[in-house]
Structures are given as structure tokens and as C-alpha cells.
Ligand binder design. Structure first.
Ligand SMILES: Cc1cc2nc3c(=O)[nH]c(=O)nc-3n(C[C@H](O)[C@H](O)[C@H](O)COP(=O)(O)OP(=O)(O)OC[C@H]3O[C@@H](n4cnc5c(N)ncnc54)[C@H](O)[C@@H]3O)c2cc1C
Length: 429
């Protein structure tokens, strides 16, 4: 643990994992410190790139990038870098046998897909597991919506009644049903994760295949909650589609985030083949800096403090939710470097009365340059070897834009690349 690594990453969310993988693939030694679970544990397995721009639905997210404000992370990076980052992510997932691809318009251009949720709403998202058949979703006439007895989060009747309100789904012939619970009679509320874990193992997966069999051959499409395994394992999908006799599409669900866990599984599998150390249950307390350079971070695990030295640092600690930002009335700062994030003193200005309004707190975060190095109010770089990524950045609102995993991938890739280059430069000195 005492060796000086090339790149030290803080935070194991999508941004931290992508940064770590980008740096490690460039031959750098990488250590990742993380205090706990990240938002992958509560999020879906599709990558939102840009669902809305300038309050308008973005069917072609690449075109819509131009509508974003200039300080948005995508605009800072530029379209070509965002493209390279998405390519890196897609290539990685392909190698892990969990391809993530966009749907294609008739002219072959990639576009957003409107994916059904367990609330019966449609959400624009971009990269989808290749196992998710977008063509069947668009053309299916006879659609069966299924849930599982005891799974309170997903009610087929609600899904059907809500989906029918959309023009693209209104003329389908819907049926609905409940699969028997694999847990028998129980008062315990079942989650999609409980069911997905059963599908991970070949023996217990048989429950799902047997339950689907009576429906085989009767429908063009089956919509189910995300229960086809918690790992990035294409075998589960193949078996489920065969048992159902038609394409099966998992709806986006509320937490726990089965789909997000699959992304994490694939990225960690890729990382563990490289010079990579994962240190969990460790909270970084502060960074130690001198002359515009960070030399180490001080971290605490099980009541013990330890210094971690590195040549370059990536901070991917998430937003308010992830613990990356600390809020107090009239004040906000990043939890590792103590960078002050300017906010209005009057807390009522941090949010708007409308729940889906343009809330300031959603866009608060660290300001960076194109290389993802934090800058001060005069746009001067604070430290040469420190790079920020993901939700700890300011200038975007992932919830209203639907850009969460997309920004994490794009900025994580850039931060990882820049940190690898800074480490290489530091090694030569
Ligand atoms: C309920 C929900 C569902 C979502 N679903 C989707 C979806 O389907 N698709 C999509 O594209 N986006 C989705 N998003 C958005 C998306 O999850 C995030 O915007 C994005 O993934 C943020 O990743 P991140 O790596 O920046 O931060 P996080 O995932 O929050 O990770 C931050 C990490 O930093 C660690 N950390 C924080 N402080 C410290 C410290 N001091 N020391 C050590 N470690 C620290 C945390 O433990 C955590 O591991 C969803 C968000 C939510 C809340």
C-alpha cells in the first residue's frame, strides 16, 4: 500500500471507474479509494447522454450538444472528445461481452430511445445493452407486461394504463400478468435485485425460465422489471429470450439499480486485468498540496489514517448525494480539496418552487478547464496534477437533461487520460 502510484482516483462511481480504466489502459498504475456505494447501485443500466437540451426533447443528442451552455462539461470537452470517450466506453463493454449501443434511425444515425419505466413513463436514453431489442420495442403489436408476485415496485396495470397515453404505444394490444414468486408466501417485500441475483446462478435461474415458458410464442414483446441477473452476463438474456419465445425488454426501475450493477461489474472485470488496486470503505479526508501540485491524500479506514501518495489525482466523488460536495446554509465546498463553490447566501435561491424546475443546487459544482483541472474565479488552474470528473463538476443538471452516465463517461475518460499524461510527466522529473 505504501508504493507511490501513478494515478490515484477517489470515488468508485461511473466517472471514477472510467477514469481509472482510461489511465490503467495507458500503462499507468492506478489505485482507487472509495468510501462506499456509488450511484451505480441505484441507477439503471442504460447510458443517458443528452435527453433534453434547452427544455426540448433531443432525439439526436449529437446535434443537440450545440444547444448547451458554454460552461457545460460536454461543451468544455468538445464534440470530438465526447465521441472518443463514448467510443472508449463502447469498446470496453464490447470486450466484456456486454455491448452497449445506441438505436439507429433509418438513415443509420444514432439516436435516443424512449425506454419504458416501471411507472409506465418513457425516458430518453442513449446507450442500451445490445440484448435490449429496440426494433421489437418499436414494432411489436402484441405486448405482455409482466411483474412478479410480491414485487410491489412494478404493477403491470399501471404500466399499461400509462403507456397507452403515449402515441407511440397507444395502438398496441396489451396483456398483463404476474409471475409466481420464487420465494413462495412471504410478507417480505421483494426487490428486483433479489430476483436478479437468483438469475445469476444457473440453478436458481430456472425459476424465471419456467415462469416465462407458459407465455412463449403468444406475444411480439414482453416487458419485465430488471431481473435478468445482477452481473454483465449475456447468457441470462439469451436464456430468457429463448424461454419467452420473443424479445424481452427490461423496463427502467427505481432503486436498487440492477442495471447499474451490471455496468460496474463489467468495468471492474476490465480493471482487474490491469495494474489496478481497489481500496474500499476508505474515506479521503483531505488532499495535501504544495506549489500548485498535489502530493498525497490523507484517508481514513476503520479509524486509522493513512497517507496515499501519487503522481496525479482524479476526484470523482459525486455530487451532494455521493458525498463529494458539502452544503451548509450559504456555503458549499468540495469534500477533498475544500474548493469553495460560490453559492448565493440566500438559500431560497438554491431551488425553485416547481419540483422539476431549473434548480441551482443541481448545477452546483467545481469549475474546471478543458483538461478537467479545477480553476479559480480568474480561470487560473489551481493544481497541475489534479483532475475532476462526474457529478462533482458544475454547469450541468443530469436530472433535467438526462445526461448522468454520459457526463460521467466523457469527463471520466478525459480526467483519466490527462492524469495518465501528468503522471508520465511527473515520472520523468
Ligand atoms: C436514482 C438514480 C437513478 C439514475 N439512473 C440513471 C440511469 O439510468 N442512467 C444514467 O445515465 N444516469 C442515471 N443516474 C445519474 C447517474 O447515476 C449519475 O449522474 C452518474 O453516474 C454520477 O456518477 P459519479 O461517478 O460522478 O458519482 P457517484 O456515482 O455518486 O460516485 C461517487 C463516489 O465517490 C465516493 N466518495 C465520495 N466522497 C468520497 C471521499 N471523501 N472519499 C472516498 N470516496 C468518496 C462515493 O462513495 C462514490 O463511490 C441516476 C441517478 C439517480 C440518483
Amino acid at each position: 500500500m505504501s508504493r507511490i502510484v501513478d494515478v490515484l482516483v477517489v470515488g468508485s462511481g461511473l466517472a471514477g471507474l472510467v477514469a481509472a480504466l482510461t489511465a490503467a489502459e495507458q500503462g499507468r498504475s492506478v489505485r482507487l479509494l472509495t468510501s462506499g456505494m456509488d450511484s451505480l447501485a441505484i441507477s439503471g443500466g442504460s447510458v443517458d447522454f443528452l435527453g433534453y437540451a434547452d427544455s426540448r426533447l433531443a432525439s439526436d443528442p449529437w446535434q443537440s450538444l450545440a444547444l448547451l451552455p458554454e460552461d457545460h462539461p460536454y461543451r468544455l470537452l468538445g464534440t470530438e472528445s465526447v465521441r472518443s470517450a463514448f467510443q472508449f466506453f463502447s469498446d470496453t463493454m464490447e470486450k466484456q461481452h456486454w455491448p452497449m449501443r445506441p438505436a439507429l434511425a433509418q438513415d443509420g444515425t444514432p439516436r435516443n430511445t424512449q425506454l419504458p419505466t416501471i411507472m409506465g413513463t418513457l425516458k430518453p436514453t442513449y446507450l442500451l445493452p445490445a440484448s435490449l431489442n429496440t426494433q421489437a420495442m418499436a414494432s411489436a403489436k402484441k405486448v405482455l407486461v409482466l411483474s412478479v408476485q410480491g414485487l410491489r415496485d412494478c404493477q403491470p396495470a399501471l404500466v399499461v394504463s400509462q403507456l397507452k397515453r403515449y402515441r407511440s404505444w397507444a395502438d398496441r394490444e396489451f396483456s398483463q400478468g404476474l409471475l409466481p414468486s420464487p420465494f413462495g408466501e412471504t410478507h417480505r417485500a421483494i426487490t428486483a435485485l433479489d430476483l436478479a441475483r437468483l438469475a445469476d446462478k444457473q440453478q436458481s435461474r430456472q425459476w424465471l425460465l419456467n415462469a416465462l415458458a407458459p407465455h412463449a410464442g403468444k406475444y411480439d414483446l414482453i416487458l419485465i422489471p430488471p431481473l435478468c441477473g445482477s452481473r454483465a452476463n449475456p447468457e441470462v438474456w439469451q436464456a430468457v429470450n429463448v424461454a419467452a419465445g420473443c424479445p424481452v425488454v427490461e423496463m427502467l426501475s427505481i432503486p436498487p439499480g440492477v442495471g447499474g450493477l451490471r455496468l460496474r461489474d463489467a468495468l471492474l472485470t476490465a480493471l482487474h486485468k490491469l495494474d489496478f488496486e481497489l481500496v474500499e470503505n476508505t474515506t479521503v479526508l483531505r488532499a495535501e498540496t504544495a506549489d500548485k501540485v498535489c502530493t498525497s491524500v490523507l484517508a481514513e479506514a476503520s479509524g486509522q489514517q493513512r497517507r496515499h501518495e501519487a503522481r496525479a489525482f482524479v476526484t470523482a466523488t459525486g455530487g451532494i448525494l455521493g458525498g463529494g460536495m458539502v452544503l451548509e446554509p450559504g456555503q458549499c465546498w468540495d469534500s477533498v480539496f475544500n474548493i469553495d463553490i460560490t453559492v448565493p447566501q440566500d438559500v431560497t435561491q438554491w431551488s425553485e418552487p416547481q419540483i422539476f424546475g431549473n434548480h441551482l443546487f443541481s448545477r452546483m459544482g467545481v469549475r474546471v478547464d478543458r483538461e478537467m483541472r479545477p480553476v479559480d474565479a480568474a480561470a487560473a488552474v489551481r493544481w497541475q496534477n489534479v483532475f475532476f470528473a462526474g457529478r462533482s463538476l458544475g454547469g450541468y443538471d443530469y436530472a433535467t437533461e438526462k445526461s448522468g452516465h454520459g457526463v460521467a463517461i466523457a469527463t471520466g475518460w478525459q480526467a483519466g487520460r490527462m492524469a495518465a499524461a501528468a503522471a508520465a510527466a511527473g515520472e520523468k522529473q
